[in-house]
Design a protein around this ligand. Structure first.
Ligand code: TUI
Length: 314
């Protein structure tokens, strides 16, 4: 089985992280992934600290394996959630959509492994200097908030820029993607969209079915004009938002259109008003299965691909 420095660093069996998806990645999903040998991650999203404490307690009641908390840095509750994660001494803290510099000290004092998502080489270097344990290099194939660089271009450049373990994210959904990421210099992968199909992933039936039916052209990036580009499924909501964004709609009205849209997708399955975040590999996610099975099958397939790779040099 594939092992890497990441496994020893965070105490997991296989170097696979589950992405911290806002409104989706709760303590139940995180525990299921961790019990399967990967690293489950609870998403704080825009929720207050109380929600995060509850989800940590839920995860701890379902697993004795390590898990993480993802802190979305644009959240109005980022400060209190950062404090709560330190107080709960979660083994791993990942961050997204910003620069976590101001929290590094409290997290390190609490002995948490801090593993920020970076979308550039400059951010990877800064996080290395500030004492991160590893970095997640996330390309713009991912769902949700996206940077500008693809995984194929970002991962090797980040791997060259830091001595820390690099986790590749964005556009990875199977063993081929995992094997390719390892060849680019990563020592593990993070997957979000693939775990949307996990049996333990409690999203609306509409959301899951749309992921299972998606193809290679099913996603779109909106929100560039407001400075927060996000990738989601091409639903009526996303198409309308896209038109409004490139039409004459004001910034205020655009902000209003997006408010509450993640919750409406996840909990209500509302295709008119909900934003169904998904990565470009949604077209490869075709069946529902337990999270542990997803982890094992991706690792097994990656191993098979890597063993077969010698054919290229024979
Ligand atoms: O964060 C994500 N994905 C997300 S966050 C999210 S919730 C949201 N809600 C409203 C608006 C925007 C987001 C849904 N999906 N992925 C990790 C990620 N982080 N991707 C890119 C980045 C990133 C970008 C810039 C990390 C650091 C960074 O630094 C900029 C700087 O200099 O502060």
């Amino acid at each position: 089985m594939i092992k890497s420095a990441l496994c020893a660093l965070v105490g997991i069996e296989y170097p696979i992280f589950q992405g911290g998806m806002a409104w989706i990645a709760d303590g139940g999903l995180a525990a299921a992934v961790s019990n399967g040998g990967g690293l489950g991650i609870i998403a704080a999203g825009n929720a207050p600290a109380e929600y995060v404490r509850e989800q940590i307690a839920l995860a701890r009641s379902r697993t004795d394996k390590p898990f993480g908390v993802n802190i979305m840095l644009l959240s109005p509750f980022a400060d209190e959630v950062a404090q709560a994660a330190a107080e709960a001494r979660v083994p791993v803290i990942t961050t997204g959509a910003g620069n976590p510099a101001k929290y590094m000290e409290i997290w390190k004092c609490a002995n948490c492994n801090v593993i920020p998502v970076v979308a550039s080489v400059a951010m990877a270097k800064l996080m290395t200097r500030l004492g991160a344990s590893a970095v997640i290099a996330e390309g713009m194939e991912s769902g949700g908030h996206v940077g500008e660089t693809t995984t194929m271009a970002l991962v090797p450049q980040v791997a060259d820029a830091t001595d820390l373990p690099v986790v590749a994210a964005g556009g990875i959904a199977d063993g081929r993607g995992m094997a390719a990421a390892l060849m680019l210099g990563a020592c593990g992968v993070q997957m979000g969209t693939r775990f949307l199909s996990a049996s333990e992933c409690r999203i609306s039936r509409e959301y899951k079915d749309r992921i299972l039916k998606a193809n290679d052209l099913s996603t779109i990036v909106t929100g560039k004009r407001l400075g927060h580009p996000v990738r989601s499924l091409k639903t009526p909501f996303a198409r309308n938002y896209f038109k409004a964004e490139y039409g004459g709609v004001s910034d205020e009205e655009l902000e209003k259109l997006g408010t509450g849209a993640l919750r409406l997708a996840v909990q209500e399955g509302d295709v008119q008003n909900g934003c169904f975040l998904a990565g470009q590999i949604a077209g490869m996610v075709n069946r529902e299965q337990p999270a542990g099975e997803i982890v094992r099958s991706v690792v097994e397939e990656a191993e098979c691909v890597l063993k077969g790779a010698a054919k290229w040099t024979e």
